[in-house]
Design a protein. Structure first.
Lengths: 406, 318
């Protein structure tokens, strides 16, 4: 556990400086549990020197869920395309082949979730919503088959996106639904993958300005202008700007300072907001920002660009993040979790694995990994959270198609 | 609304209710070989089979309203049901205050759900009655000081209905309870931004405020980010008394990495404005980056090394 002893040693643990508050008490509780996991491993190091990503167990958990889910999943009955994406994408990361028959079943099911007026809902018969739309398009892109691409009705999808658009450039999530940073990302991502984004498209005209207003004094972005800087919303806002090629409008320095400060010095994982707790899903939402920022710095050029280009790794402690996910977030029955003590679910499985992948693959394509080489996952495209193949094939397929008339 | 359970004997499935005899329920169409199939309880299937039927008929009646209530209880995240419920409320011209009472109970049980908070905003927009909102959000915040939805709703109400008075006091109390509550700090910035703005007077006052809070917990990132935030436009070296305070803290041997980072940024400003001896300042910069990367903030060593490389290239190489 040398990374824990390096440098300030004791200073790795939270120091409440004699003023215990709710925030510091919560933090100390988590550190206690995390430290126990690290120490448990240390004690067994003579017998088991390496930490393994328990691929087979995770694959079993994923395949099971792809088929059937328990009654406790009733609360996700309006998010079934998400379940498809979380599971299929995780299987892609783990390089588990999905049989053609199963791929076809997924396509047909997602087809049932597609709404006649465009976009996808959380289940058959539900009205369309930008989040399951994003998830469905992503999942279909993961499948990489003609049937998958043909499932998407691009004409009605574009109509749906236009209906969600507001005058100020923001998007509601569904008819008469809420507006926040997620919606623009979901719309931009889906449009981009299905070849609907082109120079003439006025759909996202004011969206860039709206997003820029979401950056707070801390440097991260909130759910809407004024709201607290938060990892999930920051990823959505920034990735949308990257896809729209307007990332330069953000104060990159401030964002970089904010996100690097979200890595927990003891746990190694990321928190979602200042003074809150670590959570494995932020391994992607926060950790995944760094490759995007790196790209921005390089593109911006100048002194920053040169220095960025010279970096062999991302600007955060990738190994510490991997230690957190591998030691603390793998459920022994398969699947991954938020933090020790929490239950597994497909959302955390997807984003812990996605974050792990992101931390394993460096700027110049070489991989760095905690544990054996077999722990290395397939690399992800940082703006879409899909494998590069999935992004390329989808864009190639749809890029050749004519645009729907608006 | 009482939360019914499968064991609740007074609960009757909709298929067994005589007043629903005329309706043929609509089973879910997952297709022949579905995926991610959920093992719904009989109760769940029954309610949603009837909800699908009602939606297909576009029925906007009292019984439809009750049905949406049953559906919401089983899955409060079903946004289609909430959307339909709003349409029924409008069609029946229901009393919004009554609906608000119903909603408030649900929010108490489901404080982190998007749909309930959006529904609340919709009701307030219709009625334009925001009289309970500050108290309600304050109540939720008292149970979960950082509830994102509650804060977002509160910000919307305050801005939409210009209810800025008293908010700084509200924030003060929260920060007294927990000076590390970043949501409260964020709110403070929001209020000032939209009221007085960051005038010279206000900035001076806020610097003093931040210094007081920093003295309580020097490693509290929230207070330091806020300090940086209020000086965004004026620059970190604008206030001489603050500069003195920074140096004084360093003199006392305070090991907070945020203090070192702040000092580093002050040097960056001095270098950029050409207000100092480049060599001497870069020596101090190097020493600070080394302290952070190797000693007090090692998890961020790559970032601090990047900052050093950047500053070296920017100021020394030129």
């Amino acid at each position: 556990m040398d990374w824990l002893e390096k440098g300030d040693g004791d200073m790795k643990l939270n120091d409440d400086e004699g003023l215990a508050t709710y925030s510091s008490i919560e933090q100390e509780g988590v550190e206690h549990n995390v430290m126990k996991k690290f120490k448990d491993f240390e004690e067994l190091m003579d017998i088991q020197p390496e930490i393994f990503l328990t691929r087979d167990r995770h694959i079993d958990y994923l395949l099971k869920g792809l088929n059937m889910l328990s009654k406790s999943y009733e609360c996700l009955d309006a998010s079934r395309p998400w379940l498809c994406y979380w599971i299929v994408h995780s299987l892609n990361l783990l390089e588990e082949e999905i049989p053609g028959v199963m791929k076809s079943r997924i396509c047909k099911f997602l087809g049932k979730c597609q709404h006649p007026k465009g976009g996808f809902g959380g289940g058959p018969g539900q009205i369309a919503h930008l989040a399951p739309t994003y998830a469905a398009v992503n999942c279909l892109s993961c499948l990489q088959t003609e049937e998958a691409y043909n499932t998407i009705n691009r004409n009605t999808l574009l109509e749906f996106l236009w209906r969600m658009r507001q005058a100020d450039g923001s998007f509601t999530m569904h008819d008469d639904g809420e507006t926040d940073t997620r919606s623009i990302y979901c719309a931009v991502s889906a449009a981009s993958l299905t070849g609907l984004l082109n120079e003439d498209l006025e759909l996202f005209n004011n969206s860039v300005q709206w997003l820029v207003r979401c950056q707070t004094y801390e440097g991260g972005m909130g759910g809407c202008p004024g709201a607290e800087a938060h990892g999930g919303y920051t990823f959505c806002g920034y990735a949308a700007l990257v896809i729209l090629d307007h990332y330069k409008l953000v104060d990159t320095d401030r964002m970089l300072r904010w996100v690097t400060n979200k890595q927990m010095k003891m746990e190694g994982g990321f928190q979602g907001r200042t003074n809150k707790l670590v959570d494995a899903c932020y391994s992607f939402w926060q950790g995944g920002l760094l490759p995007l920022i790196h790209n921005t710095l390089e593109q911006e050029g100048g002194v920053e660009g040169e220095v960025a280009e010279a970096q062999e790794t991302w600007l955060y402690d990738q190994m510490a993040l991997q230690h957190y996910v591998l030691h603390c977030c793998q459920c022994s029955f398969g699947g991954l979790i938020d933090k020790p003590g929490k239950s597994r679910d497909y959302y955390h499985t997807c984003y812990a694995l996605s974050g792990l992948s992101s931390s394993q693959h460096c700027p110049n394509n070489h991989a760095i990994h905690v544990g054996p080489k077999t722990n290395v996952l397939v690399a992800v495209h940082p703006a879409y959270n899909l494998t590069y193949d999935s992004v390329q094939k989808a864009m190639h397929h749809f890029g050749n198609l004519p645009l729907p008339s608006q | 609304m009482s939360s019914s359970s499968d064991e609740d004997e007074s609960y009757k499935m909709y298929k067994d209710r005589p007043e629903w005899n005329d309706v043929k329920s609509v089973p879910q169409d997952d297709g022949p070989a579905p995926v991610v199939q959920i093992a719904y309880s009989e109760k769940f299937k029954d309610v949603f089979d009837y909800f699908r039927a009602v939606m297909a008929m576009n029925e906007k009646s009292e019984r439809a309203l009750e049905l949406t209530g049953s559906a919401i209880e089983l899955n409060p995240a079903n946004y289609t049901v909430w959307h339909y419920r709003r349409e029924v409320l409008k069609a029946l011209k229901k009393d919004i205050a009554v609906e608000m009472k119903f909603l408030s109970q649900i929010i108490m049980e489901q404080q982190k759900n998007y749909q309930v908070w959006h529904h609340r905003r919709a009701l307030v927009e219709w009625s334009q009655d925001f009289s309970e909102e500050l108290d309600f959000t304050a109540d939720i915040i008292s149970r979960d000081q950082k509830n994102y939805h509650a804060w977002q709703h509160r910000q919307w109400v305050i801005q939409e209905f210009e209810q800025w008075d008293g908010e700084l006091d509200f924030i003060d109390k929260l920060l007294e309870q927990d000076v590390r509550n970043n949501s409260a700090w964020n709110e403070r910035y929001f209020v000032i931004e939209h009221t007085t703005g960051f005038t010279d007077e206000v900035v001076k006052r806020e610097i003093e405020y931040a210094i007081k809070k920093i003295n309580l917990a020097t490693k509290n990132e929230s207070a330091w980010s806020y300090l940086r935030g209020v000086l965004q436009d004026k620059g970190l070296t604008w206030s001489k008394s603050l500069c003195d305070q920074i140096h004084s803290w360093r003199g006392e041997g305070l090991r907070s990495p945020h203090l070192a980072a702040f000092l580093l940024d002050m040097f960056d400003e001095d270098l950029e404005k050409k207000k100092c001896d480049v060599n001497k300042t870069m020596d101090k910069v190097r020493s600070l980056c080394k302290e952070l990367a190797e000693d007090t903030d090692t998890v961020r060593r790559k970032y601090w090394n990047f900052v050093l490389q950047r500053m070296t290239k920017e100021y020394e190489v030129k």
